[in-house]
Write a protein that binds this ligand. Structure first.
Ligand SMILES: [Zn+2]
Ligand SMILES: [Zn+2]
Length: 261
């Protein structure tokens, strides 16, 4: 479904001229298909388990959260989920044993909508647990949860896309493609000091601003020259799955230190 939206969009307002079938495309398609089938199956199991836990624990019986108007719950969800995702994403960059898994996501040398799905399963599972267990326990109603999943899932694809969509002044509030492209930058650090390991939040800009990890040039057209990581990561799907478990990658913590601006 996302291909129908983003493939034409990336042709129409391309940030860079690059083919649809760019290097790494076939690997990311496997992630996409695996996410559609295996991912949805595990999501359904965990969703059912969460509902069960919530029911047994009585956390939703009070209805304090679920009793609010849906749009307020939606706003609360965005803020709570964004904070949790910020904390986890920052940890992925800060701790070597987590960075091993997250490096796979950063191994894309080209940015487009499909680069969004390149996530090692351990990265995805740990992230989902860290973000969604507290959210479920808080007892949000199903409708705002569904709206959150659809709208903000779309934002993930948009922010990786090879498009020059302008957010205008909203880019200082909402995470934009420019915001997330800088998160993936592999520019020479001498030329772009302070651009490495910044912009962790997926939806909003506030937490990076609050905790001093933001890199958002005033010029909205300013984008990284290169993407990726200095290390050599396998280009194939199975190679990437096994990559974090290879002992030679265990100790590489140097490149994942988070700097504050
Ligand atoms: Zn990252
Ligand atoms: Zn990303």
């Amino acid at each position: 479904m996302f291909a129908l939206v983003f493939v034409p969009l990336e042709r129409w307002i391309a940030l860079r001229q690059q083919p649809v079938f760019r290097p790494g495309w076939s690997t990311d398609v496997i992630y996409y298909v695996a996410g559609c089938f295996v991912g949805k199956f595990t999501d359904a199991i965990s969703f059912g388990a969460m509902l069960r836990i919530r029911k047994l624990s009585g956390l939703d019986s009070s209805g304090v959260v679920a009793g609010q108007p849906a749009w307020i719950q939606f706003l609360e969800l965005v803020i709570v989920a964004d904070f949790l995702a910020y904390v986890f994403h920052r940890a992925l960059h800060q701790y070597g044993w987590l960075w091993r898994f997250h490096r796979v996501h950063h191994s894309s040398r080209r940015m487009d909508w499909l680069a969004n799905v390149r996530l090692h399963p351990i990265d995805k599972i740990l992230g989902d647990c860290f973000q969604f267990i507290p959210i479920f326990c808080l007892g949000f109603a199903s409708a705002p949860l569904l709206a959150y999943t659809i709208i903000l899932g779309f934002q993930g694809f948009l922010n990786h896309s090879n498009t020059r969509i302008s957010f205008g002044f909203l880019r200082w509030i909402i995470a934009s493609p420019q915001f997330h492209h800088w998160h993936h930058c592999d520019n020479p650090p001498q030329a772009y000091p302070g651009a490495y390991h910044k912009n962790f939040a997926p939806h909003l800009v506030i937490f990076d601003r609050l905790f001093g990890t933001i890199h958002l040039p005033a010029d909205e057209r300013s984008m990284p020259e290169r993407y990726g990581v200095p290390e050599s990561v396998p280009t194939g799907f199975w190679g990437q799955l096994m990559y974090p478990f290879r002992s030679s990658n265990w100790a590489s913590r140097v490149s994942c230190q988070v700097e504050r601006s």
